[in-house]
Write a protein that binds this ligand. Structure first.
Ligand code: ZN
Length: 418
């Protein structure tokens, strides 16, 4: 008997794979290798070929083509790949995750057993109503669940096993990759596209069943540094330049109608997210986000204008602005080969779902891979409420994603030419 996606997910969820910001090593935490090494073994056990793990922890494998030599598409089917990340977010504990499987969910709020204060509310989770009578998985309330992205790992492993066990399903070579450190923004840092060897890839790292993503924000970060001058406050008159006051004048001028908490859909935002300061020096870190890359320039201009307005109020303070590029909307890169998204749409439909494109107000590993030349849209997993203890997973959604991946592998045989 093959394992179900749920069996696999429950095994992976119990392994602590939390990644860490500002780590000196790669992967950022060695414990991510516990799951990556397990996946190497499991891939070999199910009969995948070319199973490798490199010095950075990237796991790759091949599900070989099933096309006979005399098949008209043999040797012509583009190689495509599926990618999921093993790490979980630093924003909530991933230690001792105890998944709670709720069979035949009855509807209503779900109080988590180990912390009654943590409640998954039906009115905040409209997708819950679609799962009445169905199986869902939660944490016990003390940790996150890790469906982001162990559901994606379980989906890819189960789809791979399905393809390997059913050689009558026609498909070309399929590549698989499991990566560390996505949650700390470094998932593709050492990922070698040539080594993966595909013309397109799909991350399985979304959420609501049927939702597909081909658009992400374009993103920069801004750092404003104010240099002041410190001296004992008892003798500070006319000498001290308090950088905190200048920074505060900047912060109050940031547009409030352009904040994450006041925007949605395709609306851009400027988000101050970290602030540190003392008299001599204060810094503010800001996220700049817009679906149009050109909008990032507009946001930079807004910051420059604010600084120009505040500078004369604090003539002896020195204010610096630094802009760093983060990632770019994948839309343009995906438009170059329409098969990548068209085949995904069709596979989702064949899996029995109504596909829809939803813009991601964030980035994915696919944003970076697409920018580097590997078109990589994103597929749902069935998970919800990521990065916290109210995270939950629809098992139906996860199984639909397995079916989508299995169909997608076959659809590429029908459209071998660009
Ligand atoms: Zn994720």
């Amino acid at each position: 008997m093959s394992e179900t996606a749920l069996d696999r997910f429950l095994r992976y969820a119990r392994i602590d794979t939390q990644s860490k910001d500002d780590s000196e090593s790669y992967p950022s935490t060695a414990k991510q290798l516990d799951l990556l090494n397990l996946l190497v073994k499991e891939l070999r056990d199910i009969g995948a070929k070319d199973v490798t793990i490199d010095e950075h922890g990237y796991v790759m494998a091949t599900v070989p083509s099933t096309l006979p030599k005399n098949h008209p598409a043999s040797g012509k089917v583009p190689v495509v790949g599926f990618i999921a990340h093993v790490d979980t977010s630093p924003s909530a504990s991933g230690e001792n995750v105890r998944p709670q499987v709720i069979q035949a969910y009855a509807g209503g709020d779900i109080v988590l057993p180990a912390n009654q204060a943590v409640v998954i509310r039906a009115d905040e989770n409209p997708a819950l109503a679609l799962n009445i009578g169905r199986t869902i998985v939660t944490s016990d309330g003390t940790t996150l669940l890790g469906a982001d992205d162990k559901a994606g790992v379980a989906i890819i492993m189960t789809a791979a096993q399905t393809l390997l066990e059913n050689p009558s399903l026609p498909h070309g070579d399929i590549r698989i990759a499991f990566t560390p450190d996505e949650e700390v923004g470094n998932g593709t840092k050492f990922f070698i596209i040539q080594q993966f060897g595909t013309v397109a890839a799909y991350t399985v790292d979304g959420d609501t069943p049927g939702e597909l993503n081909k658009e992400t924000f374009s993103a920069n970060s801004a750092i404003i540094t104010v240099h002041g001058r410190n001296i004992h406050p008892g003798t500070a008159k006319g000498i001290m330049v308090n950088s905190i006051r200048a920074l505060a004048d900047i912060i109050v001028r940031l547009p409030r109608d352009m904040a994450p908490e006041t925007t949605e859909g395709y609306e851009p935002y400027i988000h101050p997210h970290q602030c540190e300061g003392e008299e001599a020096r204060s810094t503010l870190k800001i996220l700049l986000r817009d679906f149009e890359t050109s909008g990032l320039k507009v946001q930079e201009e807004i910051l420059r204008r604010i600084i120009a307005e505040v500078q004369p109020l604090h003539p002896r303070a020195r204010i610096e602005l630094e802009i760093r590029e983060s990632y770019r909307n994948m839309r343009e890169g995906l438009e170059k080969d329409s098969r990548v998204t068209a085949n995904l749409w069709e596979a989702t439909r064949r899996a029995g779902l109504e596909p829809r494109w939803v813009p991601i107000r964030g980035g994915t590993d696919g944003s970076r891979l697409t920018e580097k030349g590997l078109p990589t849209p994103n597929i749902f997993t069935g998970g919800q409420n990521y990065h916290g203890p109210t995270e939950w997973l629809s098992v139906d959604g996860m199984n639909s994603a397995v079916s989508t991946v299995v169909h997608l592998a076959q659809i590429w045989v029908e459209h071998p030419q660009a």
